[in-house]
Design a protein around this ligand. Structure first.
Ligand code: G1P
Length: 309
């Protein structure tokens, strides 16, 4: 039996520069998709994978995340007096989701450095890593899919998805040998390659299941692309020492730290919600019909550009 994965590390110290000015005083992980902050979706994904302890690696300006998962006695008192039982139950569910430990990454030295900051909290155990601004919509928790592979092989597993070739330079890219449908053994990894250097169109998404031997590599990892200590570089070394797997994750991924990703996530999750989908669907259809008419009459204020990729 392989040791159980009980902990997940959430690197949350990033500045969210792609979403300024909104993220000047409010963490990007606290942007709401409908009525929940993005980070709550990721924590719920981890809980659905059986993970009990969350290690949040935060930085300056991220206090709102701690408050979100904490008890608010005053608020609960008010809701109780007003008999708002449903919302009160929901707030209590959130505070009881998991045990959460908060650590600070004092300097934003890269994703690899953020993971290394969690070493003391993780100890000598396998652990998951989940980026707090990427959310998945699918039939099964992304981390649960990685967990199944970990249970089988007892080895590190990286979550990946295909991306258009034009986007490979935004991601860590996987070179691998397929061992069965959707599952690859990692032969190499490149962080943010140029198109001509990319070994495939399989991009690392923000989900990993790792073993504690990665910490030893991270401790001496030299800065890579962008002058940052890259997790991808450490995993490339790890894959030379032991088998590392990469799994094609099922489900649609939304990068909510990006404006377009955030908009798409909002539409998708609203359409998934039984209490909102009916009216919202009609609104979308009407808006699209009106916009289509305006465009065809040459009145479109903002010409709709064709979708790339
Ligand atoms: C990080 C990782 C990269 C991965 C990406 C997924 O990059 O370094 O390998 O593909 O997350 O979103 P970042 O987006 O933090 O630059």
């Amino acid at each position: 039996m392989h040791p159980t994965v009980r902990k997940a590390v959430f690197p949350l110290a990033g500045h969210g520069t792609r979403f300024l000015p909104m993220t000047k005083s409010s963490p990007k992980e606290m942007l709401p998709v409908i009525d929940k902050p993005v980070v709550q979706y990721v924590v719920e994904e981890a809980v659905a994978a059986g993970i009990e302890q969350m290690v949040m690696v935060t930085g300056r300006g991220k206090r709102a995340i701690e408050d979100h998962f904490d008890i608010s006695y005053e608020l609960e008192d008010v809701l109780q007096k007003k008999n708002k039982t449903a919302v009160l139950t929901e707030l209590r569910r959130i505070t009881n989701l998991a045990q959460i430990l908060y650590l600070r990454q004092k300097e934003a030295l890269g994703l690899g450095h953020a993971v290394l900051c969690a070493e003391l909290a993780v100890g000598d155990e396998p652990f998951a890593v989940a980026l707090g601004d990427e959310i998945l919509d699918g039939p099964k928790s992304g981390l649960a899919q990685l967990m199944e592979v970990y249970r089988e092989f007892g080895a590190p597993v990286i979550g990946m998805q295909r991306v258009p070739l034009s986007e490979v330079s935004h991601y860590g890219i996987v070179a691998g040998t397929e061992i069965r449908k959707g599952l690859y053994r990692v032969d190499g990894l490149v962080e943010k390659p140029r198109i001509e250097d990319a070994p495939s169109d399989f991009a690392i998404i923000g989900r990993y299941l790792l073993t504690p031997d990665v910490f030893g590599i991270l401790r001496t990892q030299a800065p890579g692309v962008g002058g940052e200590i890259q997790l991808t570089d450490a995993l490339k070394t790890l894959a030379k020492n032991r088998p590392v797997y990469a799994l094609e994750i099922e489900g649609d991924r939304f990068d909510t730290g990006d404006k377009m990703g955030f908009l798409k996530a909002t539409v998708r999750f609203a359409l998934n919600r039984p209490d909102l989908s009916g009216e919202f669907f009609h609104f979308l259809r009407e808006t699209l019909e009106r916009e289509t008419l305006r465009q065809s009459a040459g009145e479109g204020v903002h010409a709709v550009r064709p979708v790339q990729g």
